[in-house]
Design a protein around this ligand. Structure first.
Ligand code: SAM
Ligand code: SF4
Ligand code: SF4
Length: 385
């Protein structure tokens, strides 16, 4: 079979310009729509040991697929240096992702470096990671020891047959559940009240595949202190053959849950928070903290671009301003060509000031291809979720 490479980015358009006028890191940066820069997602590898068909379908990500060579990846030192410049500009939260981040060798060394960063006010960062959980039993304690506070585990169902079909590599659900146990034992996500509010479970719902898992998943995690969040299946990337009729709108999902468990709406925990929160109610119809909460992330049916404060750094150091962007800005070139911290910080500042991305909001108003001017959107496994 001939070699296939997905053109994830248009190389001709990659630029990251050092502005003539410095853009000082004041922490007050705003984009063209007045949105601050608070959240940085860093993809540490484009590889994964799963082949979830909504993300890395096997037919495309097969043995002929060309992953990035190691030399293309940002080193831990390059990541930490870049992250520190984002922090100076106002970033308070960093999420490591991928591909499967736990496949990146010695990831705990990166966690150690990132957990030493401080905001301009001297506060530690909110440092977290999204994982498929397959390697958590082996890695949870080392990650915690290195300074990781929280973790999000992706889990699309409890039924072993459905779960194995969704990850498409026949990975047993019991091992992910054991990984979640290992995270708890290590204290990842443990809060001051003894709950696990920092340990979250993400379930992508694809109507044809795991609709039947919604209620069992809710029942399983209700009352455990762990928050389950349902994510609408998104049209991210170009390879997953996305169709709207596979999306279960969050409003329908909440109605479905309400038939089993009374729920009450809760306030957003922070500005720019992607999940809408619902609390399990007691017999009096009031939120019962002992039963906990669920979240819904309505990326398709209710765009939350209005307060999107997230930047994304790809595995090879391209800065993306939106999950659905077709092109990035080449920070790696600046890093490797010897630019100073002040120059790179200015470039980041200028790029953010010029940002006007709001793909999901526009998607509702016009055909998807016109939002990205016909250019191919970057893959989720490259940019990170
Ligand atoms: N491999 C890790 C994992 O699965 O948690 C981290 C990377 S993965 C790309 C990050 C998150 O994106 C996961 O929770 C995954 O379920 C979600 N995701 C991937 N493709 C998606 C899609 N098409 N729609 C919605 N969520 C998606
Ligand atoms: Fe891998 Fe995560 Fe994508 Fe699944 S969602 S294929 S685990 S990167
Ligand atoms: Fe943010 Fe882009 Fe998602 Fe809108 S579509 S919320 S701008 S990442």
């Amino acid at each position: 079979m001939s070699e296939r490479v997905i053109p994830v980015i248009d190389q001709r358009n990659l630029r990251a310009t050092i502005p003539n006028q410095p853009v000082p890191a004041t922490g007050l940066l705003g984009d063209r729509l007045g949105r601050p820069l608070r959240d940085l997602r860093i993809s540490v590898t484009d590889r994964c040991n799963f082949r979830c068909n909504y993300c890395m379908p096997k037919e495309v990500f097969d043995s002929n697929y060309k992953y990035l060579p190691h030399s293309s990846l940002l080193s831990f030192e390059e990541i930490t240096r870049t992250a520190s410049l984002f922090v100076a500009h106002g970033v308070q939260k960093i999420r490591l992702t991928g591909g499967e981040p736990l496949l990146r060798k010695n990831l705990e060394l990166l966690i150690e470096q990132l957990s030493a960063l401080r905001t301009p006010e001297g506060k530690p960062l909110d440092l977290t990671l999204t994982t498929n959980g397959s390697l958590l039993r082996r890695k949870a304690q080392a990650l915690k020891d290195a300074g990781l506070q929280r973790v999000t585990v992706s889990l699309d169902g409890l039924d072993d047959v459905i779960f194995r079909a969704m990850n498409d590599v026949d990975f047993p659900v019991a091992d992910v559940l054991d990984g979640i146990e290992a995270a708890k034992e290590a204290g990842l996500g443990r809060d001051a009240k003894g709950g696990f509010s920092g340990l979250k479970i993400n379930m992508v719902v694809k109507k044809s595949t795991n609709l039947s898992e919604i209620i069992p998943m809710a029942r399983h995690f209700r009352g455990t202190g762990i928050t389950l969040r349902f994510i609408e299946y998104m049209d991210v990337g170009e390879t997953n053959g996305w169709q709207m009729d596979e999306v279960l709108p969050s409003a329908d999902l909440i109605r479905m849950l309400q038939t089993e468990f009374p729920l009450v709406p809760l306030e957003a925990s922070a500005p720019g928070e992607t999940a809408q929160r619902w609390g399990y109610a007691n017999a009096a119809g009031e939120f019962d903290p002992a039963l906990g909460e669920v979240g819904v992330i309505s990326s398709v049916t209710q765009a939350f671009c209005g307060d999107c404060n997230r930047a994304r750094l790809s595995t090879e150091g391209q800065l993306y301003l939106c999950l659905f962007a077709a092109q990035g800005h080449d920070l790696r070139r600046l890093l490797r060509e010897g630019a100073s911290d002040a120059d790179i910080a200015s470039a980041i500042g200028l790029i953010w000031q010029q940002r006007e991305d709001r793909y999901s909001a526009l998607r509702g108003l016009q055909p998807a291809s016109t939002v990205t001017s016909g250019k191919k959107r970057v893959e989720m496994s490259y940019i990170g979720g």
